[in-house]
Design a binder for this molecule. Structure first.
Ligand code: NAD
Length: 416
């Protein structure tokens, strides 16, 4: 991760996060370890919890605690209560800055701020109830700003800002070009296929893969599935994205029409109930269903559990259900399959995502007094800086504008 390494060297010299407590809720992977160490090098006192119950690499968590003295609250396969007890621990760190992937940490802080304690998961609620009102106020009021990694988190935060309840400024790291163009598209594209292959060892060539959602993640995964020889069907609700998929050469169908055709289904929409019981019923015997969107709500597994027989664990991360006499295989319990069954995105792409996170944290410290309670993009010059560093690290050179070109691009009086 050469971009992050250069930032770490600068952070170690300049200490931009000195004296700041930072709580991060991220997938606990090797790449996140590099980010945590970078933040620590910049002077931050870091606590880390998982942003998904299945996405922790336990050896990485242990390494951060043992070799770097970073507080880590995460274990792969944690149950719902443990997951939220770890969120509680990250909040009990009393952060000045929070860093989220899916807004679970910030979501809990906002339920505390709005006194909606019934909406908190029990382990968080029980702890908050022991705090005095002034302590609760200090907990939320102490946060000078936050950063958010993923599409789903940014959608939630923009909804909070829209409702006028956002308590502090947030930097939407996902909205940086050097994040979503590469992480969501090439990272998710490759690692989702990797997760499916590691879980199932199926041959992709000649199979029909149904991709729900043609956003950044869906585009990337559709591209990689086609590259591996699949016939790809795309489902969408947005006419522009559907048109783009059609012109990119995919077959576009509603899910109801795609359901009987697919061998492998993958949801990447950030939406709820995308594959429902009527779709599951219509699928072929042996169909495989997986999700790579942020939360495990895209496939209606509750309905499947109600109506189907099973599950039978046939391999790690593969459960067989029998519905209407047909076998269906659900991967990774409907959670992000690239993190559940594989290792998430490769380091090379997370280099840029986490460079954005590190720079966004520095930006929050430097600029928070001038920011409102809104969702901000990472400033454009940071995007350019990260892209430039990445190109240099890859040994790629590009041209520079000549003075004549600069003048031409800035003028309107030169025509035919
Ligand atoms: N697996 C990973 O590692 C990873 C990485 C990045 C983002 N994500 C998550 O993946 C999800 C998608 O992210 P993105 O950046 O591609 O978002 P995006 O907004 O670019 O794309 C989502 C697409 O889904 C479409 N959609 C919404 N509802 C639909 C429905 N019912 N049927 C079909 N299509 C529908 C939207 O029209 C949109 O085109 C989010 O939850 C995001 O947080 C996962």
């Amino acid at each position: 991760m050469p971009v992050l390494r250069q930032l770490r060297e600068r952070f170690a010299r300049e200490q931009p996060l000195a004296g700041k407590r930072l709580s991060a809720c991220l997938h606990v992977t090797t790449e996140t370890a590099n980010l945590a160490v970078t933040l620590q090098a910049g002077g931050a006192d870091v606590a880390l919890c998982a942003s998904n119950p299945l996405s922790t690499q336990d050896d990485v968590a242990a390494h951060l605690v043992q070799d770097h003295g970073i507080k880590v609250f995460a274990i792969k396969g944690e149950d719902h209560d443990t997951y939220y007890d770890h969120i509680r621990a990250a909040l009990a760190h009393r952060p000045d800055i929070t860093m989220d992937d899916g807004a679970d940490l910030v979501g809990a802080l906002h339920m505390i701020a709005l006194n909606r304690l019934d909406d908190l998961a029990p382990p968080v609620r029980r702890w908050v109830e022991t705090l005095k009102p002034a302590e609760r106020k200090a907990l939320v009021g102490g946060v000078i700003g936050s950063t958010e990694e993923t599409t789903t988190g940014v959608i939630r935060l923009k909804a909070m800002a829209q409702d006028g309840v956002l308590q502090f400024p947030v930097i939407a790291v996902n909205d940086s070009a050097t994040k979503h163009l590469f992480d969501n598209r090439y990272g998710t594209g490759q690692s989702t296929l990797d997760g499916i292959l590691r879980a199932t060892n199926l041959l992709i060539a000649g199979s029909t893969v149904v991709v729900a959602g043609y956003g950044w993640c869906g585009r990337g995964f559709a591209m990689r599935a086609r590259g591996a020889g699949a016939n790809v069907i795309v489902t969408e609700i947005d006419p522009l994205k559907a048109l783009e998929a059609q012109m990119d050469g995919y077959r576009v169908l509603p899910m109801a029409a795609a359901a009987p055709l697919g061998d492998i289904f993958v949801t990447l929409t950030g939406n709820v109930g995308v594959i429902r019981l009527e779709h599951l019923r219509a699928m072929k015997d042996g169909a495989v269903v997986a999700n790579s969107g942020h939360f495990n709500v895209e496939i209606d597994l509750e309905a499947l559990k109600r109506e189907a027989q099973g599950p039978v664990a046939v391999r790690d991360f593969v459960e067989e259900w029998t519905l209407a006499g047909k076998r269906l295989y659900v991967l990774g319990d409907g959670r992000l399959i690239n993190l559940a069954a594989a290792e998430g995105h490769p380091a090379s792409v997370m280099d840029m995502s986490f460079a954005n996170q590190a720079l966004a944290a520095e930006y929050v410290v430097r600029q928070h007094a001038a920011l409102n309670r809104e969702v901000y993009r990472v400033p454009g010059e940071m995007d350019q800086e990260i892209a430039g560093l990445k190109l240099r690290a890859m040994g790629v050179e590009i041209d520079a504008l000549t003075p004549t070109q600069q003048k031409y691009l800035a003028s309107w009086d030169m025509g035919t």
